[in-house]
Design a protein around this ligand. Structure first.
Ligand code: NDP
Length: 458
Protein backbone atom coordinates (compact mmCIF):
# COMPACT_ATOMS: atom_id res chain seq x y z
CA UNK A 1 0.00 0.00 0.00
CA UNK A 2 1.25 3.51 -0.83
CA UNK A 3 2.68 5.40 2.12
CA UNK A 4 0.73 8.57 1.25
CA UNK A 5 -2.65 9.31 -0.39
CA UNK A 6 -0.93 11.42 -3.09
CA UNK A 7 2.52 11.93 -4.60
CA UNK A 8 1.82 15.66 -4.92
CA UNK A 9 -0.72 17.85 -3.17
CA UNK A 10 -0.89 21.43 -4.43
CA UNK A 11 -2.55 24.23 -2.51
CA UNK A 12 -3.93 26.88 -4.88
CA UNK A 13 -5.30 26.31 -8.39
CA UNK A 14 -4.08 29.48 -10.09
CA UNK A 15 -1.84 29.51 -13.15
CA UNK A 16 1.23 28.37 -11.18
CA UNK A 17 -0.41 25.61 -9.18
CA UNK A 18 -2.35 24.22 -12.13
CA UNK A 19 0.61 24.15 -14.56
CA UNK A 20 3.01 22.19 -12.32
CA UNK A 21 0.35 19.84 -11.01
CA UNK A 22 -0.83 18.96 -14.51
CA UNK A 23 2.76 18.42 -15.59
CA UNK A 24 3.28 16.10 -12.59
CA UNK A 25 0.08 14.26 -13.49
CA UNK A 26 1.28 13.83 -17.07
CA UNK A 27 4.37 12.03 -15.73
CA UNK A 28 2.20 9.61 -13.78
CA UNK A 29 2.26 11.27 -10.36
CA UNK A 30 -0.90 10.84 -8.30
CA UNK A 31 -1.80 14.48 -7.75
CA UNK A 32 -4.47 16.59 -6.05
CA UNK A 33 -5.06 20.33 -5.98
CA UNK A 34 -7.06 22.33 -3.42
CA UNK A 35 -8.68 25.66 -4.24
CA UNK A 36 -10.67 27.87 -1.87
CA UNK A 37 -12.19 30.26 -4.42
CA UNK A 38 -12.41 29.14 -8.07
CA UNK A 39 -10.04 27.16 -10.26
CA UNK A 40 -8.15 29.64 -12.43
CA UNK A 41 -6.72 31.99 -9.80
CA UNK A 42 -5.77 35.64 -10.04
CA UNK A 43 -4.49 35.79 -13.61
CA UNK A 44 -7.45 34.08 -15.22
CA UNK A 45 -10.26 35.35 -13.00
CA UNK A 46 -9.13 38.57 -11.28
CA UNK A 47 -6.10 39.81 -13.19
CA UNK A 48 -4.41 39.51 -16.57
CA UNK A 49 -7.26 37.97 -18.56
CA UNK A 50 -10.24 40.14 -17.49
CA UNK A 51 -7.96 43.20 -17.46
CA UNK A 52 -6.90 42.58 -21.04
CA UNK A 53 -10.54 42.13 -22.11
CA UNK A 54 -11.26 45.55 -20.56
CA UNK A 55 -8.24 47.00 -22.39
CA UNK A 56 -9.57 45.62 -25.69
CA UNK A 57 -13.03 47.03 -24.94
CA UNK A 58 -11.62 50.48 -24.22
CA UNK A 59 -9.36 50.52 -27.30
CA UNK A 60 -12.39 50.71 -29.58
CA UNK A 61 -12.77 54.33 -28.52
CA UNK A 62 -9.33 55.07 -29.99
CA UNK A 63 -10.13 53.12 -33.14
CA UNK A 64 -13.38 55.09 -33.67
CA UNK A 65 -11.45 58.37 -33.25
CA UNK A 66 -8.70 57.28 -35.64
CA UNK A 67 -11.11 56.02 -38.29
CA UNK A 68 -12.11 59.51 -39.57
CA UNK A 69 -8.57 60.17 -40.82
CA UNK A 70 -8.90 57.05 -42.96
CA UNK A 71 -12.14 58.17 -44.57
CA UNK A 72 -14.65 56.49 -42.27
CA UNK A 73 -17.76 58.17 -40.83
CA UNK A 74 -18.36 56.32 -37.63
CA UNK A 75 -21.36 58.21 -36.33
CA UNK A 76 -22.46 58.13 -32.72
CA UNK A 77 -20.84 55.45 -30.57
CA UNK A 78 -21.94 54.20 -27.17
CA UNK A 79 -20.79 51.42 -24.91
CA UNK A 80 -23.11 49.28 -22.78
CA UNK A 81 -20.63 48.62 -19.98
CA UNK A 82 -22.90 46.39 -17.88
CA UNK A 83 -23.33 44.17 -20.94
CA UNK A 84 -19.57 44.18 -21.57
CA UNK A 85 -18.94 43.11 -17.95
CA UNK A 86 -21.54 40.33 -18.27
CA UNK A 87 -19.85 39.08 -21.47
CA UNK A 88 -16.46 39.21 -19.76
CA UNK A 89 -17.86 37.15 -16.85
CA UNK A 90 -19.23 34.57 -19.28
CA UNK A 91 -15.79 34.23 -20.83
CA UNK A 92 -14.24 33.77 -17.38
CA UNK A 93 -16.77 31.01 -16.64
CA UNK A 94 -15.70 29.33 -19.89
CA UNK A 95 -12.02 29.55 -18.92
CA UNK A 96 -12.77 28.26 -15.42
CA UNK A 97 -14.45 25.23 -17.06
CA UNK A 98 -11.45 24.67 -19.34
CA UNK A 99 -9.04 24.76 -16.39
CA UNK A 100 -11.18 22.26 -14.47
CA UNK A 101 -11.27 19.94 -17.50
CA UNK A 102 -7.54 20.23 -18.11
CA UNK A 103 -6.87 19.17 -14.52
CA UNK A 104 -9.30 16.27 -14.72
CA UNK A 105 -7.81 15.13 -18.04
CA UNK A 106 -4.37 15.06 -16.43
CA UNK A 107 -5.76 12.81 -13.69
CA UNK A 108 -5.54 15.53 -11.03
CA UNK A 109 -8.14 15.38 -8.24
CA UNK A 110 -9.69 18.79 -7.49
CA UNK A 111 -10.61 19.44 -3.85
CA UNK A 112 -12.77 22.52 -3.14
CA UNK A 113 -12.02 24.37 0.08
CA UNK A 114 -9.39 26.15 2.14
CA UNK A 115 -6.36 23.96 2.83
CA UNK A 116 -4.30 24.05 6.01
CA UNK A 117 -1.07 22.21 6.72
CA UNK A 118 -1.28 19.85 9.68
CA UNK A 119 2.26 18.50 9.38
CA UNK A 120 4.90 18.21 6.66
CA UNK A 121 2.92 15.51 4.85
CA UNK A 122 -0.69 16.22 5.85
CA UNK A 123 -3.15 18.80 4.55
CA UNK A 124 -6.63 19.37 5.95
CA UNK A 125 -9.47 20.62 3.75
CA UNK A 126 -13.05 20.92 5.08
CA UNK A 127 -12.13 18.77 8.07
CA UNK A 128 -10.78 15.96 5.90
CA UNK A 129 -7.10 15.03 6.01
CA UNK A 130 -5.02 14.09 2.95
CA UNK A 131 -1.41 12.93 3.03
CA UNK A 132 1.19 13.52 0.31
CA UNK A 133 4.87 12.86 -0.25
CA UNK A 134 5.33 16.38 -1.67
CA UNK A 135 3.30 19.52 -1.04
CA UNK A 136 3.42 22.55 -3.35
CA UNK A 137 2.09 25.89 -2.10
CA UNK A 138 0.83 28.16 -4.89
CA UNK A 139 -1.59 30.42 -3.06
CA UNK A 140 -0.66 33.64 -4.87
CA UNK A 141 -1.26 37.11 -3.44
CA UNK A 142 -3.98 39.63 -2.78
CA UNK A 143 -4.29 43.41 -3.13
CA UNK A 144 -3.19 45.48 -0.13
CA UNK A 145 -4.38 48.96 0.82
CA UNK A 146 -2.94 51.26 3.46
CA UNK A 147 -5.00 51.67 6.62
CA UNK A 148 -6.32 55.19 6.33
CA UNK A 149 -9.76 56.48 7.38
CA UNK A 150 -12.41 55.54 4.83
CA UNK A 151 -10.28 52.96 2.98
CA UNK A 152 -13.27 50.58 2.86
CA UNK A 153 -15.01 53.06 0.55
CA UNK A 154 -12.38 52.35 -2.12
CA UNK A 155 -12.00 49.55 -4.66
CA UNK A 156 -9.13 47.18 -5.41
CA UNK A 157 -8.40 45.65 -8.80
CA UNK A 158 -10.75 42.78 -7.83
CA UNK A 159 -13.67 45.21 -7.54
CA UNK A 160 -13.00 47.44 -10.54
CA UNK A 161 -13.16 44.44 -12.87
CA UNK A 162 -16.80 44.00 -11.89
CA UNK A 163 -17.85 47.66 -11.84
CA UNK A 164 -20.97 47.89 -13.99
CA UNK A 165 -20.93 51.60 -14.73
CA UNK A 166 -18.19 53.87 -16.07
CA UNK A 167 -17.38 56.49 -13.42
CA UNK A 168 -17.44 60.12 -14.41
CA UNK A 169 -14.35 60.79 -12.31
CA UNK A 170 -12.05 57.96 -11.19
CA UNK A 171 -9.20 58.57 -8.77
CA UNK A 172 -6.44 55.94 -8.82
CA UNK A 173 -3.90 55.73 -6.01
CA UNK A 174 -0.56 54.11 -6.97
CA UNK A 175 1.78 54.24 -9.92
CA UNK A 176 2.47 50.59 -10.68
CA UNK A 177 1.26 48.17 -13.36
CA UNK A 178 -2.37 48.10 -12.25
CA UNK A 179 -2.71 51.85 -11.76
CA UNK A 180 -1.45 52.84 -15.21
CA UNK A 181 -3.37 50.05 -16.93
CA UNK A 182 -6.72 51.10 -15.45
CA UNK A 183 -5.93 54.79 -15.98
CA UNK A 184 -5.72 54.01 -19.70
CA UNK A 185 -8.85 51.86 -19.77
CA UNK A 186 -11.12 54.37 -18.05
CA UNK A 187 -9.69 57.44 -19.76
CA UNK A 188 -10.46 55.83 -23.12
CA UNK A 189 -13.95 55.06 -21.90
CA UNK A 190 -14.45 58.75 -21.21
CA UNK A 191 -13.85 59.02 -17.46
CA UNK A 192 -11.92 61.88 -15.98
CA UNK A 193 -8.92 60.13 -14.40
CA UNK A 194 -6.70 61.45 -11.62
CA UNK A 195 -3.73 59.29 -10.61
CA UNK A 196 -2.11 59.98 -7.25
CA UNK A 197 1.53 58.96 -6.66
CA UNK A 198 3.45 59.21 -3.43
CA UNK A 199 6.73 59.30 -5.41
CA UNK A 200 8.01 61.33 -8.36
CA UNK A 201 7.16 58.99 -11.20
CA UNK A 202 5.12 56.01 -12.34
CA UNK A 203 6.46 52.48 -12.78
CA UNK A 204 9.39 52.29 -10.38
CA UNK A 205 12.03 49.85 -11.64
CA UNK A 206 11.33 50.37 -15.35
CA UNK A 207 13.81 52.21 -17.59
CA UNK A 208 13.52 55.97 -17.14
CA UNK A 209 12.76 56.57 -20.84
CA UNK A 210 9.82 54.20 -20.55
CA UNK A 211 8.60 56.03 -17.46
CA UNK A 212 8.94 59.48 -19.00
CA UNK A 213 7.47 58.47 -22.39
CA UNK A 214 4.35 56.94 -20.87
CA UNK A 215 3.96 59.88 -18.48
CA UNK A 216 4.04 62.25 -21.44
CA UNK A 217 1.48 60.23 -23.40
CA UNK A 218 -0.83 59.92 -20.38
CA UNK A 219 -0.61 63.70 -19.95
CA UNK A 220 -1.59 64.28 -23.59
CA UNK A 221 -4.65 62.09 -23.06
CA UNK A 222 -5.70 64.27 -20.15
CA UNK A 223 -4.88 61.87 -17.32
CA UNK A 224 -4.02 64.07 -14.36
CA UNK A 225 -0.95 62.86 -12.44
CA UNK A 226 -0.50 64.19 -8.92
CA UNK A 227 3.03 63.33 -7.84
CA UNK A 228 4.54 63.46 -4.33
CA UNK A 229 1.02 63.37 -2.94
CA UNK A 230 -0.23 61.41 0.04
CA UNK A 231 -3.85 60.52 0.64
CA UNK A 232 -4.88 61.06 4.25
CA UNK A 233 -8.55 59.99 4.14
CA UNK A 234 -11.43 59.00 1.92
CA UNK A 235 -14.81 60.47 2.79
CA UNK A 236 -18.37 60.24 1.54
CA UNK A 237 -19.29 63.37 -0.39
CA UNK A 238 -22.87 63.64 -1.52
CA UNK A 239 -23.52 60.75 -3.88
CA UNK A 240 -19.79 60.29 -4.48
CA UNK A 241 -16.51 60.33 -2.60
CA UNK A 242 -13.83 62.84 -1.66
CA UNK A 243 -10.15 61.98 -1.57
CA UNK A 244 -8.43 64.11 1.04
CA UNK A 245 -4.73 64.71 0.31
CA UNK A 246 -1.88 65.98 2.48
CA UNK A 247 -2.28 69.60 1.36
CA UNK A 248 -5.80 69.49 2.76
CA UNK A 249 -7.31 69.57 -0.75
CA UNK A 250 -10.41 67.41 -1.34
CA UNK A 251 -10.75 65.75 -4.71
CA UNK A 252 -14.40 64.98 -5.40
CA UNK A 253 -14.94 61.86 -7.51
CA UNK A 254 -17.27 58.92 -8.07
CA UNK A 255 -14.90 56.03 -7.41
CA UNK A 256 -11.44 55.44 -5.97
CA UNK A 257 -9.18 52.55 -7.01
CA UNK A 258 -6.31 51.58 -4.76
CA UNK A 259 -3.52 49.87 -6.72
CA UNK A 260 -0.85 49.97 -4.06
CA UNK A 261 0.69 46.55 -4.48
CA UNK A 262 -0.06 42.98 -3.50
CA UNK A 263 0.91 40.80 -0.58
CA UNK A 264 1.58 37.02 -0.49
CA UNK A 265 -1.27 34.78 0.71
CA UNK A 266 0.44 33.04 3.61
CA UNK A 267 -2.01 33.38 6.49
CA UNK A 268 -4.23 30.54 7.62
CA UNK A 269 -2.01 27.89 6.04
CA UNK A 270 -0.35 26.78 9.29
CA UNK A 271 3.12 27.46 7.87
CA UNK A 272 4.92 28.62 11.05
CA UNK A 273 3.73 25.64 13.06
CA UNK A 274 5.38 23.14 10.73
CA UNK A 275 8.58 25.15 10.16
CA UNK A 276 8.01 26.78 6.77
CA UNK A 277 9.88 30.08 7.10
CA UNK A 278 8.82 33.43 5.68
CA UNK A 279 11.35 35.99 4.44
CA UNK A 280 11.56 39.64 5.50
CA UNK A 281 8.88 40.64 2.99
CA UNK A 282 6.43 38.09 4.44
CA UNK A 283 6.73 35.75 1.45
CA UNK A 284 7.60 32.05 1.69
CA UNK A 285 11.39 31.69 1.61
CA UNK A 286 12.54 29.21 -1.06
CA UNK A 287 15.82 28.05 -2.57
CA UNK A 288 16.69 27.91 -6.28
CA UNK A 289 14.61 24.70 -6.60
CA UNK A 290 11.56 26.47 -5.07
CA UNK A 291 12.03 24.32 -1.96
CA UNK A 292 10.96 25.81 1.38
CA UNK A 293 12.70 25.29 4.71
CA UNK A 294 10.75 22.01 5.01
CA UNK A 295 12.44 19.82 2.35
CA UNK A 296 9.33 18.10 0.93
CA UNK A 297 7.33 21.34 0.74
CA UNK A 298 7.75 23.59 -2.29
CA UNK A 299 6.33 27.04 -3.01
CA UNK A 300 5.92 28.78 -6.37
CA UNK A 301 4.51 32.00 -7.80
CA UNK A 302 3.46 35.21 -6.06
CA UNK A 303 3.42 33.60 -2.60
CA UNK A 304 7.23 33.54 -2.89
CA UNK A 305 7.41 37.16 -4.18
CA UNK A 306 10.27 36.59 -6.62
CA UNK A 307 9.06 37.97 -9.96
CA UNK A 308 5.28 38.25 -9.68
CA UNK A 309 4.24 37.41 -13.20
CA UNK A 310 2.06 34.54 -14.42
CA UNK A 311 4.58 32.97 -16.84
CA UNK A 312 7.19 32.99 -14.06
CA UNK A 313 4.85 31.14 -11.67
CA UNK A 314 4.09 28.63 -14.42
CA UNK A 315 7.77 28.06 -15.17
CA UNK A 316 8.65 27.73 -11.47
CA UNK A 317 6.02 25.08 -10.86
CA UNK A 318 6.82 23.16 -14.05
CA UNK A 319 10.47 23.16 -12.95
CA UNK A 320 9.39 21.45 -9.71
CA UNK A 321 7.40 18.84 -11.67
CA UNK A 322 10.28 18.20 -14.09
CA UNK A 323 12.72 17.82 -11.22
CA UNK A 324 10.59 15.49 -9.12
CA UNK A 325 8.66 13.44 -11.66
CA UNK A 326 10.67 13.42 -14.90
CA UNK A 327 14.21 12.91 -13.62
CA UNK A 328 15.03 16.24 -15.27
CA UNK A 329 16.41 18.68 -12.68
CA UNK A 330 15.34 22.20 -13.67
CA UNK A 331 16.17 25.36 -11.77
CA UNK A 332 13.99 28.30 -12.74
CA UNK A 333 16.08 30.96 -14.47
CA UNK A 334 14.91 34.41 -13.33
CA UNK A 335 17.31 36.33 -15.62
CA UNK A 336 16.00 38.44 -18.49
CA UNK A 337 12.31 37.83 -17.84
CA UNK A 338 10.37 40.07 -20.24
CA UNK A 339 7.33 41.97 -19.04
CA UNK A 340 4.58 44.10 -20.44
CA UNK A 341 2.30 46.80 -19.14
CA UNK A 342 -1.02 47.07 -20.95
CA UNK A 343 -1.14 50.80 -20.58
CA UNK A 344 -2.20 52.88 -23.59
CA UNK A 345 0.20 53.03 -25.36
CA UNK A 346 1.56 49.72 -24.13
CA UNK A 347 4.98 48.88 -22.75
CA UNK A 348 7.30 45.96 -23.45
CA UNK A 349 10.60 45.50 -21.71
CA UNK A 350 13.29 42.86 -21.38
CA UNK A 351 16.69 42.85 -19.73
CA UNK A 352 18.35 45.67 -17.86
CA UNK A 353 17.18 49.23 -17.68
CA UNK A 354 19.84 51.85 -18.39
CA UNK A 355 20.02 52.65 -14.67
CA UNK A 356 20.43 49.00 -13.59
CA UNK A 357 23.01 48.33 -16.35
CA UNK A 358 25.06 51.38 -15.38
CA UNK A 359 25.63 49.89 -11.92
CA UNK A 360 27.10 46.68 -13.37
CA UNK A 361 28.80 47.73 -16.65
CA UNK A 362 31.53 50.39 -16.97
CA UNK A 363 30.59 51.70 -20.38
CA UNK A 364 27.21 51.59 -22.07
CA UNK A 365 26.05 52.47 -25.56
CA UNK A 366 22.50 53.77 -25.48
CA UNK A 367 20.30 53.93 -28.57
CA UNK A 368 16.95 55.72 -28.34
CA UNK A 369 14.46 56.58 -31.02
CA UNK A 370 11.15 58.42 -30.79
CA UNK A 371 8.85 58.64 -33.75
CA UNK A 372 5.27 59.04 -34.84
CA UNK A 373 3.93 55.60 -35.86
CA UNK A 374 2.75 55.48 -39.48
CA UNK A 375 -0.85 54.82 -38.45
CA UNK A 376 -0.92 58.16 -36.65
CA UNK A 377 -0.06 60.15 -39.78
CA UNK A 378 -3.52 59.99 -41.35
CA UNK A 379 -5.40 59.63 -38.09
CA UNK A 380 -3.63 62.69 -36.69
CA UNK A 381 -3.31 61.04 -33.28
CA UNK A 382 -0.70 62.90 -31.27
CA UNK A 383 1.13 59.90 -29.84
CA UNK A 384 4.76 58.87 -30.24
CA UNK A 385 6.55 55.56 -29.92
CA UNK A 386 9.80 55.18 -27.98
CA UNK A 387 12.32 52.37 -28.51
CA UNK A 388 15.58 51.90 -26.67
CA UNK A 389 18.53 49.52 -26.63
CA UNK A 390 20.99 49.32 -23.74
CA UNK A 391 24.29 47.81 -24.96
CA UNK A 392 27.48 46.85 -23.10
CA UNK A 393 30.08 48.89 -25.05
CA UNK A 394 32.87 46.40 -24.34
CA UNK A 395 31.25 43.12 -25.39
CA UNK A 396 28.65 44.71 -27.72
CA UNK A 397 26.00 42.57 -26.00
CA UNK A 398 22.45 43.92 -25.95
CA UNK A 399 21.54 44.10 -22.27
CA UNK A 400 18.06 45.58 -22.53
CA UNK A 401 15.30 46.35 -25.05
CA UNK A 402 12.53 48.74 -24.06
CA UNK A 403 9.53 50.07 -25.92
CA UNK A 404 6.47 52.25 -25.40
CA UNK A 405 4.08 52.09 -28.31
CA UNK A 406 1.42 50.02 -30.04
CA UNK A 407 2.16 46.27 -29.99
CA UNK A 408 5.17 46.70 -27.67
CA UNK A 409 4.44 43.44 -25.77
CA UNK A 410 4.21 41.48 -29.04
CA UNK A 411 7.44 42.98 -30.35
CA UNK A 412 9.45 42.58 -27.16
CA UNK A 413 8.49 38.90 -26.80
CA UNK A 414 10.52 38.13 -29.94
CA UNK A 415 13.44 40.32 -28.89
CA UNK A 416 13.48 38.58 -25.50
CA UNK A 417 14.79 35.47 -27.28
CA UNK A 418 17.68 37.47 -28.72
CA UNK A 419 18.52 39.01 -25.35
CA UNK A 420 18.30 35.61 -23.65
CA UNK A 421 20.68 34.20 -26.27
CA UNK A 422 23.17 36.99 -25.58
CA UNK A 423 22.82 38.66 -28.99
CA UNK A 424 25.17 41.55 -29.80
CA UNK A 425 24.28 44.91 -31.32
CA UNK A 426 26.18 43.81 -34.43
CA UNK A 427 23.83 40.82 -34.76
CA UNK A 428 20.83 43.12 -34.35
CA UNK A 429 22.34 45.30 -37.16
CA UNK A 430 22.80 42.27 -39.44
CA UNK A 431 19.15 41.31 -39.02
CA UNK A 432 16.97 42.50 -41.89
CA UNK A 433 13.91 44.52 -40.89
CA UNK A 434 10.30 43.91 -41.83
CA UNK A 435 8.97 46.92 -43.68
CA UNK A 436 6.92 48.93 -43.03
CA UNK A 437 6.71 48.08 -39.35
CA UNK A 438 7.62 49.73 -36.08
CA UNK A 439 9.57 46.64 -35.01
CA UNK A 440 12.16 47.18 -37.76
CA UNK A 441 13.44 50.23 -35.87
CA UNK A 442 15.01 47.85 -33.36
CA UNK A 443 17.38 46.53 -36.08
CA UNK A 444 18.13 49.87 -37.71
CA UNK A 445 19.23 51.95 -34.71
CA UNK A 446 22.51 53.71 -35.67
CA UNK A 447 23.04 56.85 -33.57
CA UNK A 448 24.42 56.33 -30.08
CA UNK A 449 23.12 58.77 -27.53
CA UNK A 450 25.80 61.34 -26.72
CA UNK A 451 25.19 61.90 -22.99
CA UNK A 452 26.68 59.44 -20.47
CA UNK A 453 24.55 56.62 -19.07
CA UNK A 454 22.26 57.48 -16.17
CA UNK A 455 21.96 55.79 -12.80
CA UNK A 456 18.74 55.27 -10.90
CA UNK A 457 17.62 58.06 -8.61
CA UNK A 458 15.43 55.77 -6.50
P1 NDP B 1 3.08 47.59 -8.03
O1 NDP B 1 3.99 46.99 -7.02
O2 NDP B 1 3.38 47.48 -9.48
O3 NDP B 1 2.92 49.13 -7.71
C1 NDP B 1 2.48 49.58 -6.47
C2 NDP B 1 2.32 51.08 -6.54
O4 NDP B 1 1.68 51.52 -5.36
C3 NDP B 1 3.65 51.80 -6.62
O5 NDP B 1 3.49 52.91 -7.47
C4 NDP B 1 3.90 52.23 -5.19
O6 NDP B 1 4.62 53.42 -5.09
C5 NDP B 1 2.48 52.50 -4.72
N1 NDP B 1 2.28 52.34 -3.29
C6 NDP B 1 2.61 51.30 -2.51
N2 NDP B 1 2.20 51.49 -1.24
C7 NDP B 1 1.57 52.70 -1.24
C8 NDP B 1 0.93 53.46 -0.24
N3 NDP B 1 0.83 53.02 1.01
N4 NDP B 1 0.39 54.65 -0.58
C9 NDP B 1 0.49 55.11 -1.84
N5 NDP B 1 1.09 54.44 -2.83
C10 NDP B 1 1.62 53.24 -2.54
O7 NDP B 1 1.65 47.01 -7.66
P2 NDP B 1 0.29 46.86 -8.46
O8 NDP B 1 -0.75 46.85 -7.39
O9 NDP B 1 0.17 47.85 -9.57
O10 NDP B 1 0.45 45.43 -9.10
C11 NDP B 1 0.73 44.31 -8.27
C12 NDP B 1 1.53 43.29 -9.03
O11 NDP B 1 0.70 42.65 -9.97
C13 NDP B 1 2.68 43.85 -9.84
O12 NDP B 1 3.85 43.98 -9.10
C14 NDP B 1 2.83 42.84 -10.93
O13 NDP B 1 3.70 41.84 -10.49
C15 NDP B 1 1.46 42.26 -11.10
N6 NDP B 1 0.81 42.77 -12.33
C16 NDP B 1 1.37 42.55 -13.54
C17 NDP B 1 0.80 43.01 -14.70
C18 NDP B 1 1.43 42.77 -16.01
O14 NDP B 1 2.31 41.94 -16.10
N7 NDP B 1 1.03 43.50 -17.07
C19 NDP B 1 -0.45 43.76 -14.65
C20 NDP B 1 -0.95 43.97 -13.33
C21 NDP B 1 -0.34 43.49 -12.23
P3 NDP B 1 6.22 53.49 -5.09
O15 NDP B 1 6.67 53.44 -6.52
O16 NDP B 1 6.49 54.80 -4.44
O17 NDP B 1 6.69 52.33 -4.28
Amino acid sequence: MAKYDFDLFTIGAGSGGVAGTRRAGSYGAKAAIAESVRVGGTCVLRGCVPKKLLVYASEFARAFDDAAGYGWSVGETRVDWANMIARKDKELDRLNGIYINMLKNSGVQIIDGHARLVDAHTVEVNGQRHTAETIMIATGGRPVRPEIPGIDLTMTSDDILDMKEIPEHLVIVGGGYIAVEFAGVFRNLGSKVTEILRSDAILRGFDRDIRSSLTEEMGKQGIELKIRTHVTAIEKDGKGLAVVIDTGERIACDRVLYATGRSPNTSGLGLEKIGVTLNKKGAIAVDEWSRTTVPNIYAVGDVTDRINLTPVAIAESRAVAETLYNDNPVRMDHEDVPSAVFSQPSIGSVGLSEEAASVIYKELDIYVTRFRPMKNTLSGRDERTMMKLVVDARSDRVLGCHMVGPDAPEIIQGLAIAVKCGATKRQFDRTVGIHPSAAEEFVTLREKRKEPAKQAAD
